[in-house]
Each structure stands twice: as C-alpha cells, then as structure tokens.
Ligand binder design. Sequence first.
Ligand code: HEM
Length: 520
Amino acid sequence: MPSAQVFKQGPETAHYTTSNGAPVSEPYASQRLGPLGPLLLQDFHLIDRERIPERVVHAKGAGAHGYFEVTEDLSDLTDNGLLGTKGKKAKATVRFSTVGGESGSADTARDPRGFAIKIRTEEGNLDWVFNNTPVFFIRDPAKFPHFIHTQKRDPQTHLKDPDMFWDYLGQNPESIHQIMILFSDRGTPDGYHQMHGYSGHTFKWFKKDGSFVYTQVHLRVDGGFKTLNAEQATKLAGENPEYGIESLFNAIESGNYPTWNVFVQTMTPSQAEQFRYNILDLTKVWPHGEFPLRPVGKLVLNENPTNYFAEIEQSAFSPSHLTPYIEASADPVLQSRLFSYPDTHRHRLGTNYQQLPVNAPIVPVSNFQRDGPSTFVSQGSRPNYQSSIVPLKYVGPAGTLEGGVRDYEREAKHETFVGAAFRDLSYVTELDFEQPRALWSKVWNDQQREAYVQNVAGHFKGVKSPEVRARQLSVWAAVDQSLSDRIAKAVGAPTVKPLQVKSASEAVKFRANLGVYTTS
Ligand code: HEM
C-alpha cells in the first residue's frame, strides 16, 4: 500500500471548506440574492460534482489490505522477481465482490464472487483478478455481454428475469460446469473472507532461458470454504445485506486475520498437448491427481481501509497488470479481459487511474505518458522520448526518478500454441459434461445433491417458457438423467432426454489431428 499518510489526509480538526480549500461559514446555506432572492452562480460549492459511476459488473464489494509472502522455492518455474524468490514479501490490497448486482445489492446473493488482488512488487504491480470458482460460464468472450445482460434488468419491466437467464444457458451448454458450482452451496459463500480463489484461466510462468510452464493459481482459505444454505442466504439478504462487508471488517478488526495458502498447478507444453481438455478452455479444471497443487506462499489480510472509497472503490485491477516472467496464455476470454479492464477504468476513474494512491506502484513509473488529465506524477524533467543523451535506466525499487526507467531485457523468447486449437472451444461436445458429471456423481454426497436440486428449483421454477425449460433440462440430462429428472419433478415440468452432442472420442480425435502446438 502507498504511504498511509496519503490515506490519512483530512484530519478531523479540518474546517468545513469549499473544494479549493476556502472556509465555508455556513454549511447548511446556499448563497442567494437577499433573503428571498434567486441563487448565485458564484456559489460553485453548491454545484460541485461528487460521484463516479459504479463498476458495470462487480459493483458490490468489500476489501482490505495485507501482504503476500512467497514461502517456497519456485525458481525452477519462473524468474519473476517475487514468485521466483523464496522469502519475498509484498504488500497487497484485495477487493472481493459479487458480480451481477448493483452496488446496493445483497452480499449473500447467489453469484460467483470476485477475488481481486493487487500485489505491490519491486517489478511493478501484479494483479490477480480471480473468482471464487475454478471455472467460468464462457470460453468465447463474444458471449460475455449476452450472458451478463441476462442477469441485468429487462428493458421493459426493469425486472430481473429467470427466462432470460435460463434461455441463455440452455443455448450455451458449456456453462453447465459453472452452473453446477453456482447452484451448489458454493454459490452462497459465508462472507467474502471464508472462500477459496482461483485464476480459472491458464497463465504462463517462464524463465530467462525461454522455458515455461502453463499455470493455474489456487488460493485456499485457512479454515476451509464456508458456505450458507439457500435459506440462510435469503434471510441475510433481507436482514443484513452488508453481511459480507461487515464480517470481513469485523474479522480483521478483532485480529482474526483471513489467510489463504497459495498453490500453483503446472503443466509442461508437452503435457498440454496430451491433456484431454484444451488448456485454453475456461470451463474445465485440471484434475488435481494429475496436476497436483504445489505450495507457493500465503496471503494475509490484516488491515482494514481507513477510507473505503480511496482504498477499495478506487482500486483498479486488470489481468494485464503483470510483472516480468508471467504472461497471459492465449485463452481468448483472458485475452479479451486484458484490454477491457484498463478500458473500463479509464471510463470509471479516468486516464490516470494508475496514479491514484491505491493503484500507484511502489516503483517509479517512466513511460513517456505524461500530460494527461489529472496527472500528478509528472516523471520529472527528463526528455519525453527514449533519448541517447539521457538514457532511461532502471534505478531500483522505490528509488527516485533520477536516471529514469528500467530497460527490461527480455531474454526469454518463446512461442505458444495457437491455430486451430481455438476451434474446439467453439462447439459443445461430450467432453463438456464429464467434469460436471463427476461433481454430481462422485464428488457430492446425497445431501449436496439434494441442496443442488432445491437451489436450482428455487430459481428455475420462475421460468415461464416451456421451450426454455425443456432445453435447459436437456442440458442437465446430458450431465445425468437422474439429475434432470429430479429438477423436472421439483418444478413440476415434464422430463426430457439428453441434449445430443459430438462424442468425446470424436472431439479428442479432431484435436489430435490438428497437430497445432508449437512449443519451442
Ligand atoms: C470486474 C469484464 C471475466 C474477474 C470486471 C469489470 C469488467 C469485467 C468490465 C469491471 C471492472 C471495473 O469497473 O473496475 C470481464 C469480461 C470478461 C470477464 C469482458 C470475459 C470476457 C472474468 C473472469 C474473472 C473475472 C473469467 C475471474 C476469473 C473479475 C473480478 C472483477 C471483475 C474479480 C472485480 C475487480 C474489482 O474488484 O475491482 N470484469 N470480466 N472476470 N472481473 Fe471480469
């Protein structure tokens, strides 16, 4: 976190002032022409602007500060300054959120939770913009606006509409893995600070010699993932919609610091070629048996914000805020996110959102982008281009701007697999039902299966269209006929047969024939 001084500005002893700091003698009066006259335009204080827009998604949130510590030697995986150095510690800020609701919505809504972490390293800020589920609804970013709009309000009634939601899902059955998780009790975590976090996407960690591994990061909360059942979550939504914010704040205030153990799953490029699923497919997990969780370090939240707006709402995370020797994979959903977050921050916070205290890196920024709106880090007097007379050199962590910027020598040259592998992300096959089926028939016990059926029924019973109902029931039937029949019975709908899709063996053969992976 930047200096606490920055956040502690505005002591309680301050006078009430206008925004230019001039004292105001009467806080409750506007200036007017005589006791009954019209208002005066000179009273600019009266017409000051105040609010910024809320986030378009993930508007409702909670957050805190703490630290990230690397406790293991991972130098065989990456030359990243933080992750590749056992014992390194960095300050961190975390913002948790629900996704679909407005900023006044209930913390206990059934929704994935955002889990965004800003880690302030000596090589710049590393943002991990994760969720609390290991998979996601889509694997093609073109679907994101459609999907998100189905959870927003109907253009005419201004109401949320179960038909929209399930109509989308029935047409896009690759969502079913996330729907299995979302309608289990994992969809209603007990507060924000008692849940796991996952990168979901595949990233690449690499070394100076160009070698790399594909990675998936997991944060597992100390004390285990705690959930609410549907009844508790609904009750809390009415009685204490800020339950998540409050319980996080109180846990930290009472010294009961939320802590996560951080792990990484790794896959070599040749393992990726042999893997049953496409590693660019965000709807799949990597089985832990084949790709075990390797310990990395821990994340601890031990400090509440002193000003919520400055330290949490103004935070701006992006999966493209990466540090050396960590790279995004070619996952198309991740690729689209690399652009869309900075873009939305420019809209919400302004061009220089990275200069706001909560976002500012602990190292100097020297990027020739200087004269924009509301700039307050002007990068000194050096030339405004890469000069041979005043060359920009890295001067080390938290140094001043003398000398300028680091010239990052990227020795590691490597390629990644591209090409037709993308094509098998675009249609649904039997492969898409294997992991959801494993959850239903192997991972969950009877009680969890019954909770899933009831949680789904509570929402699904609101669907009016028989066609939408039948299509979604056919998706569940493709997971398991008994699952679909139980939901049908719970909502009083006729049973249906499974959706017909390409077989798993055809899908695997199709990909193998493409021979698309170049890894050198
Ligand atoms: C927030 C876009 C998928 C995690 C946001 C925001 C946008 C966005 C525009 C609002 C940012 C702001 O105003 O500050 C997208 C798009 C996606 C996508 C276009 C897919 C095409 C995902 C996935 C994850 C994720 C797969 C996690 C694995 C988050 C989190 C936040 C967020 C944690 C809240 C960050 C905060 O607390 O400020 N997303 N998102 N998103 N997204 Fe996504």
